[in-house]
Design a protein around this ligand. Structure first.
Ligand code: ZN
Length: 275
């Protein structure tokens, strides 16, 4: 290992040792080793078409047809993703009673699959589908069977994996794709995740802020913090005088506010926790 990486690892270990209760905030960089692509490049800019907005999804049947057709293909990969060394390392922090709370911006549920329990899924979970009219919730795996049954021809399309269970499927039009409605009330079904243009439910933010107030330090893992929903916790921490360390390949929105910045892949930077 090059000298600089060894030095960085020691510094991060010192930071973690020095602060007993850590508020951990994770992002897409945590899950790329699990085969889930991220949206942004090292400069924090979009490296692909930005995701669908809440307004477009709720407002247009055509947007929902396109979303679910791509999701039909994307889920086959996303639904099989397994936690990686980063998720396991962060689970160790909780197991050793060092965690105030883990707040994730990811919607893949991989922290819980790795055994973490003190987790807030800030942006919800893709493994659940929710009716926007009656609030009924369905397992995404069951919904997948319904999509497959209604749209058998679509399974033959090839498409690369995209972030958040999306797939890079581009066809002439999506008009023939059948989108099932809520089985109880015929309402619009939506993944139980916070889309762009949609607010994070207030209770999640309040609970996270309480945990942040009781924490001794913040550790950001694999996030560029470009989205305000995550950035606000770092901003609040700094205002309260709580130190913040971040592991991220590339720039983060909070770089000027950080006490420590580790530019390394997350799993490499946290490997010492698994020793
Ligand atoms: Zn319903």
């Amino acid at each position: 290992m090059p000298q600089t990486l060894t030095a960085q690892a020691a510094t991060l270990a010192d930071f973690i040792d020095a602060h007993r209760r850590l508020f951990v905030l994770t992002g897409a960089g945590c899950s790329t080793d699990s085969g889930i692509p991220d949206y942004r490049d090292t400069d924090g800019s979009w490296k692909r078409t930005p995701p669908v907005t809440y307004q477009a999804f709720m407002g247009e049947e055509r947007t929902r047809q396109r979303y679910w057709a791509r999701s039909l293909l994307g889920w086959r990969h996303f639904g099989q993703a397994q936690p990686n060394a980063t998720h396991h390392a962060l689970q160790r922090l909780e197991a050793s009673d060092r965690l105030a709370l883990l707040v994730t911006q990811n919607v893949d549920g991989l922290h819980q699959r790795a055994g973490s329990r003190q987790v807030i899924d800030l942006h919800g979970r893709l493994d659940t589908v929710r009716c926007m009219a009656c609030e009924r919730r369905l397992p995404r795996a069951d919904f997948q069977h319904t999509l497959e049954r209604l749209n058998p021809g679509w399974l033959q399309h090839q498409a690369g994996e995209a972030p958040d269970g999306d797939a890079d499927l581009e066809v002439g039009d999506f008009d023939t794709f059948l989108v099932p409605a809520c089985p109880a009330c015929a309402g619009v079904l939506k993944p139980d995740v916070v889309f762009f243009g949609e607010n994070v439910p207030r209770a999640r933010v309040t609970d996270a802020m309480h945990a942040l107030a009781a924490a001794d330090a913040v550790l950001v893992v694999g996030s560029s913090l470009m989205v305000f929903s995550g950035y606000r916790f770092v901003h609040a921490a700094v205002r309260a005088g709580t130190p913040v360390a971040a592991i991220n390949l590339g720039r983060t929105r909070a770089d000027p506010l950080l006490s420590l910045k580790i530019e390394q892949p997350c799993a490499e930077a946290l490997a010492f926790l698994l020793d």
